[in-house]
Design a protein around this ligand. Structure first.
Ligand code: NAD
Length: 356
C-alpha cells in the first residue's frame, strides 16, 4: 500500500480502571457545561447517577427511554429532552450512545460518552435510526463524541455471554478492517493490536467475568476495534451478515462469529500480509485456525446450520450479497466462489480445507 488517504478522526480518550468515578467531573468542566442532558437506559440509570453525583446540580434533564437500534420516536423524545441542554452525557452500550448521536445529529450538541459494553460506536461518526422495520445509517462528524471515558470497572456487571457476543463483534471489526474500503497503514496497525487485546481478553472474561485485568484488555481491544472500523469502514463480511440477518432474522453476534473465519479463509490467500498480521495477533501460525480455536473456546457453533438455517439458504441470499460485495475485495466475489463460501459456512467444515 504505497498510496493512501487517511482522514484522522478527532476526539479525546480517557482510559483506565476508576477514571469514570474519579475523573468525569474534570471532563465535563472542560466544556464548561451547566445544563447537561444525561442519557442512560433504565438498567444503567443508577450507575449513571452515581457517576454524576459530583455535578448532580448541572444535570438539567435525564432521558432513559433507550431502545435497541434507536427508533425514530425515541430519538425525537430525546431531542425534546435536550431542548435546554448544552452537553449530552451518555452512559451505556451502543444503543445508548446511538441515542446520544441522534440528539447531536440535529442539535450539534457535544457528546461525552461513557461506554459500558464493547460496541465501539463511541469512536465512530456513524449514526443509525430505525423507522418501522427500516434502519438507516449515515456518517456525520457532529455525532462523533468529543470525549470518551473508558472505565473497565463499569463493564464488570456485563454478563459473560453479552461480553463474549459484544467482544466477538469487535473482533469482526478488526479482521474486516484489513480489506475494508478505506483501509490504510494506520487502521491496519490499530486493527492488528485490537485483535491481540481481544484475543487475550475474551477467553479470560468468559472464564471469570469479574477479572478486572481481563476486562481492561477487552475494553482496550474494543476501543481499538471501533477506531479501526471508524476509519476503514466495513467490507464483505459485514455485507454477508447484514443480508443474512435481514433475510432470516438470525442472532446478530453468533452469525458474525460463525461467518468470520470463512470470509478470512476466502480472502487470506489473496491478502497474505493481512493474513500474517491477523495470525500473529491471534498467536497462531494460521489465522483461520486461530479464529476457529478462539471461537471453540468461547462456545461459538461451527456452522450456520446450528442456527436453524436450511442448506439451500444460499439460493435466497446469493444475489443480494453479490450486489453488495465490495469491488475491491482481495478475492473477486463471483456467484461460484460466494456459493462455496456460504455452503462451507453452513456446514461448519474446516474453512481452510473447504476454501482455497
Ligand atoms: P446495547 O446498548 O443494546 O446493550 C445490550 C444490553 O446490555 C442492554 O440491555 C443494556 O442495558 C445492557 N448493558 C449495557 N452495559 C451494561 C453493563 N455494564 N452491565 C450490565 N448490563 C449492561 O447493545 P450493544 O451491543 O452495546 O450495542 C449494540 C448497538 O450499537 C446496535 O444497535 C448497533 O447497531 C450499534 N452500534 C453502532 C455503531 C456505530 O458506529 N454507529 C458501532 C457498533 C454498534
Amino acid at each position: 500500500m504505497n498510496t493512501f488517504t487517511y482522514d484522522a478522526l478527532p476526539g479525546r480518550v480517557v482510559f483506565g480502571p476508576g477514571v469514570a468515578r474519579g475523573g468525569l467531573l474534570d471532563e465535563i468542566d472542560t466544556f464548561g457545561a451547566t445544563r447537561i442532558l444525561l442519557i442512560a437506559a433504565d438498567s444503567e440509570l443508577d450507575l449513571a447517577r452515581e457517576l454524576c453525583a459530583p455535578f448532580a446540580g448541572r444535570i438539567a434533564a435525564t432521558f432513559s427511554g433507550v431502545r435497541p437500534h434507536v427508533p425514530l420516536e425515541v430519538a425525537e423524545r430525546a431531542r425534546v429532552a435536550a431542548a435546554e441542554a448544552d452537553l449530552v452525557l451518555c452512559v451505556g452500550g451502543g444503543s445508548t450512545t446511538g441515542t446520544a448521536k441522534a440528539v447531536a445529529l440535529t442539535t450539534g450538541l457535544p457528546i461525552v460518552a461513557v461506554p459500558t459494553t464493547y460496541a465501539g460506536s463511541e469512536v465512530t461518526p456513524v449514526w443509525g435510526l430505525t423507522e418501522g422495520s427500516r434502519k438507516s445509517t449515515g456518517t456525520d462528524p457532529r455525532v462523533l463524541p468529543r470525549t470518551v471515558v473508558y472505565d473497565p470497572e463499569l463493564t464488570l456487571t456485563l454478563p459473560a455471554d453479552l461480553s463474549v457476543a459484544s467482544g466477538l463483534n469487535a473482533m469482526a471489526h478488526c479482521v474486516e478492517a484489513f480489506w475494508a474500503p478505506r483501509r490504510n497503514p494506520v487502521s491496519n496497525a490499530v486493527a492488528e493490536d485490537g485483535i491481540r487485546h481481544l484475543a487475550a481478553g475474551l477467553p479470560a472474561v468468559a472464564a471469570n467475568a469479574g477479572d478486572l485485568d481481563a476486562r481492561t484488555e477487552l475494553l482496550l481491544g474494543a476501543y481499538l476495534a471501533g477506531s479501526a472500523f471508524a476509519v476503514a469502514g466495513s467490507g464483505l463480511h459485514h455485507k454477508i451478515c447484514h443480508v443474512l440477518g435481514g433475510a432470516f432474522d438470525l442472532p446478530h453476534a453468533r452469525t458474525h462469529a460463525i461467518v468470520l473465519p470463512y470470509v478470512l479463509a476466502f480472502n487470506a490467500p489473496r491478502a497474505p500480509d493481512a493474513a500474517f498480521r491477523i495470525a500473529s495477533a491471534l498467536g497462531f501460525a494460521d489465522p483461520v485456525q486461530g479464529l476457529r480455536r478462539l471461537g471453540e473456546k468461547l462456545g461459538v457453533p461451527p456452522g450456520l446450520r446450528e442456527l436453524g438455517l436450511r442448506e439451500d439458504y444460499a439460493d435466497v441470499v446469493l444475489e443480494d450479497i453479490l450486489a453488495l460485495a465490495p469491488a475491491d475485495n482481495p478475492r473477486p466475489v463471483t456467484a461460484d466462489s460466494l456459493r462455496w463460501l456460504l455452503s462451507a459456512a453452513w456446514a461448519g467444515t474446516d474453512p481452510a480445507k473447504e476454501i482455497s
